[in-house]
Design a protein around this ligand. Structure first.
Ligand SMILES: [Zn+2]
Length: 138
């Protein structure tokens, strides 16, 4: 994937104000979850005037994985076995491969928890996604 190189800031309109930055640290606070441990080593392009900007594609991916893992770890303390679905069942319901299910969980597109070292999908989210997909194909 090619990164777009920003020169002028699309947020505040300043000319030639976008700069590449590396080694950034950011704290994320997803609603309904405890604060996420700081995520380091991020990079992106940011405006020297307003501070707004964009993460690089690699950093965006890193952030998504980090947040999905944090939520899964926290949710694993408050869900019970009956709330969970198996990877195989989820794959059948969503008509994707088991690998596809793992990828969805990793990127945070499907909510999941860790149980005994395994990552399992949350049933309610699987059913919601299955319903959305059903509508999308009608
Ligand atoms: Zn700006």
């Amino acid at each position: 994937m090619r990164e777009r190189k920003w020169i002028d800031c699309p947020v505040c309109g300043s000319k030639n104000s976008m700069r590449k930055q590396r080694g950034l640290t950011e704290q994320f606070r997803p609603a309904g979850y405890p604060p996420v441990p700081d995520l380091t080593g991020l990079d992106g392009q940011f405006c020297t005037k307003c501070g707004d900007g964009f993460w690089s594609k690699a950093s965006e991916r890193k952030i998504a994985h980090h947040l999905a893992k944090h939520k899964a770890e926290y949710d694993s303390k408050r869900v019970v076995a009956a709330d969970l679905s198996s990877v195989q069942e989820t794959a059948e319901r969503l008509r994707v491969s088991p690998q596809g299910v793992h990828k969805m969980m990793k990127t945070g597109r499907l909510r999941s928890v860790f149980v005994a070292g395994k990552r399992l999908p949350i049933r309610a989210d699987v059913l919601k996604k299955a319903k959305q997909r059903g509508r999308a194909t009608v």
